[in-house]
Design a protein around this ligand. Structure first.
Ligand code: ZN
Length: 268
């Protein structure tokens, strides 16, 4: 399995330079997992229509400040790699926030894997916070949803998981990590030789959060209180991720979506 890192958004959150310097420039990291001519996209970033009309990203984009003119949608990057976008037959979304699901419409033939609770939240938001974060325009093309629920007893490095998904094989495992959103989940990819790449979406924003689960600067503490739907649950997931790192003894590489330092490291 080849794993290619893509950056499918360019955001300059307002005030971040002063209060949250680590996120002054935020990517939206997506992964393209390739097995021969079969390709799976993990998250989509923002899409081509968002780049043409940033108002599609909603009111909160005034804070996130996505800069479409500096972003390259996943579908463009896939084409540049010489891959026909229709060969991306499966997409997995860690969650359906605007900066992760905006590109779904660029792959209308792909099956879209997501936790059932996340699709429910996105299509039937319960309150103003959910209404703002999910954008109906990102789903108006009618995605080919495939929803998943945790099967009791299935575990990945001690966490509940969903594996053996049709079209994804045993090498891609969904790991529910609710908190940031109702149905937020991580996606683990078997990178061979017992090692795994684990994309955890917005479960954390900066490595310093893992260095002591609740440890973070003032700006980041404030930001995640605003960003996480269930802050206390999201904080407990940091403990889960640290437990995975302990149990895996160096075999798991964690990736969060918006850490520009990790993206630079991965790209050398
Ligand atoms: Zn995000």
């Amino acid at each position: 399995m080849d794993v290619t890192w893509l950056n499918c958004a360019f955001m300059e959150p307002r005030g971040a330079k002063q209060f949250l310097p680590d996120m002054a420039i935020s990517p939206s990291i997506c992964l393209l997992v390739s097995r021969g001519c079969d390709h799976v996209l993990i998250d989509t970033g923002i899409g081509t229509l968002d780049c043409e009309d940033p108002m599609r990203l909603g009111f909160s984009n005034h804070i996130l400040n996505a800069r479409p003119e500096r972003a390259k949608p996943a579908v463009v990057q896939v084409r540049e790699m010489g891959i026909d976008p229709s060969a991306v037959r499966n997409i997995i979304c860690t969650h359906l926030d605007r900066d992760h699901a905006g590109g779904l419409g660029d792959f209308p033939e792909a099956r879209v894997h997501v936790l059932a609770t996340e699709r429910e939240a996105a299509l039937h938001p319960a309150d103003h916070r959910e209404k703002d974060r999910y954008r109906p325009c990102h789903f108006s093309h009618g995605p080919l949803w495939v929803t998943h629920e945790t099967a009791p007893g299935d575990r990945w490095f001690g966490l509940d998981c969903i594996r053996g998904i049709e079209g994804l094989g045993d090498e891609i495992v969904l790991v529910p990590l609710p908190g940031h959103t109702r149905g937020h989940c991580g996606v683990a990819v078997d990178a061979g030789d017992g090692s795994w790449v684990f994309h955890v979406g917005d479960a954390f924003y900066s490595r310093e959060e893992l260095a002591g689960s609740y440890n973070a600067g003032y700006g980041l503490r404030l930001f995640r209180r605003l960003a996480h739907l269930d802050h206390a649950l999201a904080m407990r997931q940091l403990d889960s991720l640290n437990a995975v790192l302990d149990r895996s003894e160096g075999r798991v590489t964690l990736i969060c979506a918006h850490d520009s330092k990790e993206l630079s490291l991965a790209r050398g």
